[in-house]
Design a protein around this ligand. Structure first.
Ligand SMILES: [Fe+2]
Length: 304
């Protein structure tokens, strides 16, 4: 990884190729990205009422904060307006919706100075999303909803793009994670006991790269990119949206980022739906990437 492309004029195909090579892309705020962030902001504001969401942690016990944000997350994720705005954003940013599959957007909050560090406010340790069963062709889109500072941003660790890290991904089973992990997230306030794939060796987190984009700007990166949540010391919460895309032609052709150290069980591919009409990911494509049914004793995913 050596390049950050800012508002670079390239086809989606060229952009994907460079993302698979470990480069980063930044897209400045534009009407479609601002619209999604503004919608999220309106829901956040509504949830917190008269309290400033950025400083809410100074006005309530952490249990109350959790009680507010826990229902907010699924409400945002599943709102029809969110889905519509997301499709428009992906199309507006140059993707062909016929072959681009999108998963649901996540709404995340990272409070300051360790007020809430577990469960719904989990601050991510250094990881690749591919440790969590993301396909190697997955691309991550990340947007801050409010302006951020370096002190409450996210960090990339570019030295690890080609460098393997001893990690716990081989013990991670995506289907078990889905059936147990996420539904219990709200119960984790002080500590987080969910079994996550973590580095199993000391890591060198410097040099690191933090991209400070304005609210509504997009950071686009490969799921194989090593990244982490910067411990928030900005004095105010960070709220962000992230979602993922995959390109069907790339999945069929096996075009993706290189896999240096990801060995999870299962695949998150069934979470993605076609950009045009929300059709599910074709099962023959999923099967190409699903190693779960081959493993003995593994909980086999039943699509709902
Ligand atoms: Fe991540």
């Amino acid at each position: 990884m050596n390049t950050v492309y800012v508002d670079y004029k390239a086809t989606d195909e060229v952009r994907r190729k460079r993302l698979y090579e470990g480069q980063l892309f930044v897209i400045s705020p534009r009407p479609s990205t601002i619209a999604l962030c503004e919608f999220a902001k309106s829901m956040i504001k509504e949830a917190f009422g008269s309290i400033d969401p950025l400083e809410a942690q100074y006005h309530m016990p952490v249990e109350q904060y959790v009680a507010i944000v826990t229902p907010l997350k699924p409400k945002f994720i599943h709102h029809p307006e969110t889905k519509k705005l997301l499709r428009e954003l992906v199309c507006d940013c140059g993707c062909n919706l016929e072959e681009t599959y999108i998963d649901v957007p996540r709404l995340r909050m990272v409070t300051s100075h360790g007020y809430l560090t577990a469960g719904v406010g989990y601050a991510h340790h250094p990881h690749r999303d591919t440790w969590y069963s993301a396909p190697m062709a997955q691309l991550n889109w990340w947007l801050p909803i409010y302006d951020i500072e370096s002190e409450n941003s996210m960090a990339f660790h570019p030295a690890y793009w080609p460098r393997a890290v001893k990690n716990g991904s081989a013990e991670f089973n995506y289907y078990e994670w889905n059936s147990e992990g996420r539904k219990n997230a709200a119960q984790h306030i002080k500590t987080d006991t969910r079994k996550q794939p973590k580095p199993q060796e000391a890591m060198e987190l410097e040099p690191q790269v933090r991209l400070i984009v304005p609210a509504g700007g997009v950071v686009l990166f490969s799921a194989a990119q090593m990244h982490s949540t910067v411990p928030n010391t900005a004095g105010r919460a960070r709220y962000s949206i992230d979602f993922r895309t995959v390109n069907l032609a790339d999945l069929r052709a096996g075009v993706a980022a290189p896999n240096v150290d990801s060995h999870p069980v299962g695949t998150s591919l069934r979470d993605f739906v076609r950009g045009t009409d929300a059709a599910p990911m074709p099962e023959d494509v999923v099967q190409k990437y699903d190693n779960a049914t081959a493993a003995e004793g593994v909980l086999v995913y039943k699509p709902s």
